[in-house]
Design a protein around this ligand. Structure first.
Ligand SMILES: C[S@@+](CC[C@H](N)C(=O)[O-])C[C@H]1O[C@@H](n2cnc3c(N)ncnc32)[C@H](O)[C@@H]1O
Length: 226
């Protein structure tokens, strides 16, 4: 049986087959490259993206020569990423399907980033697994950037049993029916607490207004506790 956080696969399939367009648009988030530069990433640094979706960030970073691999639990998302990468003359091998809540990689990374994925996880235990995955896959001096929807004040928790139900959403000027998916927005204090519970240290926690599709997001820059 599919897990609630796999519902995005249905949303992607519907939009890709009916519209031939990406759900999230093609604009990458400039924040990720800025943070990589802030912490001294170079083209040899190993970088992992968790929940790359349609690949706008990883495709951009790969086009700039960064050493990125990018995962998503949605096979449709990864198929889309590979096709888009190939169409732009970019290697498609770095894109792979993986549920990070139930899998591990043998490698550790200099950098891990994830945009708009943790807020899809509704259950405390799933959120802790996500953060534990980051802890376990960061090198000792590695850094991770976790971007989540929300301003740190508003809270929201959807019913995970409804994640595959159809709901009306705006797509450009149209209203279309897509899988509801899931969402949990937490306060800033709760976000800090759950990050620290996973043995990660917060280096900076700020707000970002540039992530496409969200009014405002929290961005945590973290490393392993030494
Ligand atoms: C809101 S979308 C964001 C996608 C992309 N990062 C972006 O900014 O457009 C959330 C993504 O997280 C993926 N995801 C959810 N749970 C996951 C998991 N356990 N492992 C890997 N990817 C996951 C979904 O398939 C979806 O592509």
């Amino acid at each position: 049986m599919k897990k609630y956080y796999e519902a995005y696969d249905e949303r992607y399939k519907k939009v890709h087959s009916e519209k031939g367009l990406p759900w999230a648009g093609e604009a990458h988030s400039p924040t990720i490259e800025k943070l990589l530069q802030k912490y001294g990433a170079n083209k040899k640094s190993s970088i992992l993206e968790i929940g790359c979706g349609e690949g706008q960030n990883a495709i951009y970073l790969l086009s700039k020569g960064y050493n990125v691999i990018a995962s998503d639990v949605s096979p449709e998302a990864i198929k889309w990423c590979k096709e888009k990468a190939l169409a732009k003359g970019i290697n498609e091998e770095p894109f792979f399907v993986m549920d990070i809540l139930s899998n591990k990689l043998t490698k550790k990374f200099d950098f891990i980033y994830s945009v708009a994925v943790l807020h899809m996880l509704v259950e405390d235990k799933d959120r802790q697994k996500f953060l534990k995955f980051i802890f376990e896959h960061l090198k000792l001096d590695g850094k991770a950037f976790i971007v989540v929807m929300g301003d740190g004040v508003i809270t929201r928790k959807t019913d995970k049993t409804k994640a595959f139900e159809l709901a009306e959403r705006q797509f450009g000027n149209e209203t279309i029916q897509v899988a509801t998916t899931s969402c949990r927005m937490v306060t800033k204090d709760e976000f800090v607490k759950e990050i620290e519970s996973a043995n990660l240290k917060i280096l900076n926690l700020g707000l970002d207004f540039t992530i496409a599709g969200f009014d405002v997001s929290m961005v945590a820059e973290v490393e392993r506790n030494k």
